[in-house]
Design a protein around this ligand. Structure first.
Ligand SMILES: Nc1ncnc2c1ncn2[C@@H]1O[C@H](COP(=O)(O)OP(=O)(O)OP(=O)(O)O)[C@@H](O)[C@H]1O
Length: 286
């Protein structure tokens, strides 16, 4: 299938800081992961795509529509689900009431349809038995799932998820992966994350954003493959030429960069490829 979300020469500045510095991107149905260090501009990009922030320059198309055009923007919003990084909660609402409220804003006007839809999305995120619990009494991870539930209302064609796995316990993270991979069949899912394992497990495409630019776009295996020949295991800590190294559970040292003496090559992961791509200065985490 074709491109559903595209971005060309996108720019955004806050004061003098150029947070998006000419982003080009084209994604289609399936799950795409957006990786990047803190402050790379991921949230800013996702907000522009979710039509909640206007860029300064460049072009966006979501499902063929231009969000700069008011009428088209509404079309996009009807077919888009968005999990923001800091969702606002109404602490005195119950879980049901909160999602129901968003469903009203999303124009699901028929009461019975809306009731069924709210129940459906709460069940999707494993919160069916918490529907009458006040939001303020939910745990942080449950609130995150609640925010995810509202993004699923109306079965959107495009889902934009800003750090969706923050605060989830391992079991919920696995459930999230299963749900997102199912949603990715035929829909476009773009998620930002710091979890390279989620990207390796879930995403067909990975985009790496750094200092407001896209510095990599390709398959997770390609980003891992780019680190081939630069990941090492050694008995003693490397003394130079390594970008990063740490002591592993078996007592050996895993390093990225030039091989330390007597090192053996290790299989690179998405995380290795990502760290090497960022090219951060040497750092020791022993
Ligand atoms: N409303 C704003 N006003 C001024 N500066 C902002 C605003 N929003 C974001 N920034 C700045 O823009 C830069 C990019 O922020 P953004 O939240 O897009 O990054 P990010 O990649 O999502 O980071 P993180 O991984 O920490 O969530 C940061 O330096 C941030 O301080």
């Amino acid at each position: 299938m074709g491109t559903t979300v595209s971005v060309r020469a996108l720019t955004k500045e806050y004061g003098r800081a150029r947070v998006l510095d000419g982003i080009d991107l084209a994604i289609g149905p399936g799950v795409t992961g957006l990786l990047g260090p803190n402050g790379a501009g991921k949230t800013t990009l996702l907000r522009c795509l979710a039509t909640t922030l206007a860029p300064d320059g460049g072009e966006i198309r979501v499902l063929g529509h231009d969000p700069a055009d008011r009428a088209r923007r509404i079309e996009i919003r009807r077919r888009l689900g968005y999990l923001p990084q800091d969702p606002g909660y109404y602490p005195h609402f119950t879980a049901f009431e909160l999602v129901d409220y968003v469903a009203i804003l999303k124009e699901i006007t028929d009461r019975r349809t809306r009731y069924r839809e709210v129940r459906r999305v709460l069940a999707e995120v494993d919160l069916a038995d918490r529907s009458q619990t006040k939001v303020r009494k939910l745990s942080g991870g449950m609130r995150q799932r609640l925010a995810f539930a509202q993004a699923l209302l109306g079965d959107p064609d495009v889902l934009i998820l800003d750090e969706p796995t923050v605060g989830l316990d391992p079991e919920q993270r696995m459930r999230f992966r299963a749900l997102v991979s199912r949603l990715g069949e035929g829909r476009t899912v773009l998620l930002s994350t710091h979890q390279t394992e989620d990207v390796a497990a879930l995403c067909e495409l990975v985009v790496v954003q750094h200092r407001g630019r896209v510095i990599f776009q390709g398959a997770p295996r390609d980003i891992a493959a780019a680190a081939k020949g630069q990941v090492w295991l050694s008995e003693s800590p490397p003394d130079g030429g390594s970008r990063l190294f740490w002591r592993t559970a078996d007592g050996r040292y895993r390093s990225l960069g030039d091989p330390p003496p007597n090192a053996v090559p290790a299989d690179p992961t998405v995380e290795d490829g990502y760290l090497l791509l960022l090219g951060e200065p040497a750092e020791v985490a022993a």
